[in-house]
Design a protein around this ligand. Sequence first.
Ligand SMILES: [Zn+2]
Length: 253
Amino acid sequence: MLTLLSIIFGAFIGSFLNVCIFRLPKEESIIWPGSHCPYCKKPIRFYDNIPLLSYVLLMGKCRHCKIPISIQYPLIEGITALSSLFLFMKFGPSLSYLFYFAFVAALIVITVIDLYHQIIPDVISLPGIGVGLIASLILPQITFLNSLFGVLLGGGSLFLVATCYEWLFKREGMGGGDVKLLAMIGAFLGWKAVILTILLSSLIGSITGILIMVVKGKDFKYAIPFGPFLSLGAAISLFYGQNIINWYLYLNR
Ligand SMILES: [Zn+2]
């Protein structure tokens, strides 16, 4: 029963994340006005605003103007619902579940905004660092010192890489947004997870870059944002970090 509730709760939060994704880059209020169709501007009634379900019932179209609703909406709602379910199965009904769900929700918003706009909003990452540090005082999974080292290592290491890159190639490689994002990841997951996240995201990012070059040709000139890879690396670290570290230690006995 509670498991089912965690899915429904996740879907509703996903619906809210869609609003954040749409409005934060435009610096609009995420509370007011209520949801409306981006085309005909007609308000969306509550019965047309049920996560996942409404999309199916309306067959993916606005009730008024019949213009297709972006697949992004049910997709984000589905991904957020699944994240909520997996975190609930991992942590059970606890504060840990709530804090880590907030963390994953932030990663989802950051990923989509970075893909569209190549920016990581400070209004998510900077408060995120604070929330992560406070969470470490409450949660049994992480100590405050570990969280603090995570922030310093996350912020410091990427800052160092970014500065060296700029100095070597005389152009900006990694955005300041990535530095603050990795500091937030460190605050929630600790310093070991920061190292793991950097390794995983560089690996997945390189493979993706090579695949895109193979498919689109070498002259493809779209700068791939790094935020989505950092977020994915952080999510893997959250769920499997301890397994990966144990496996690594086992190999090096
Ligand atoms: Zn419409």
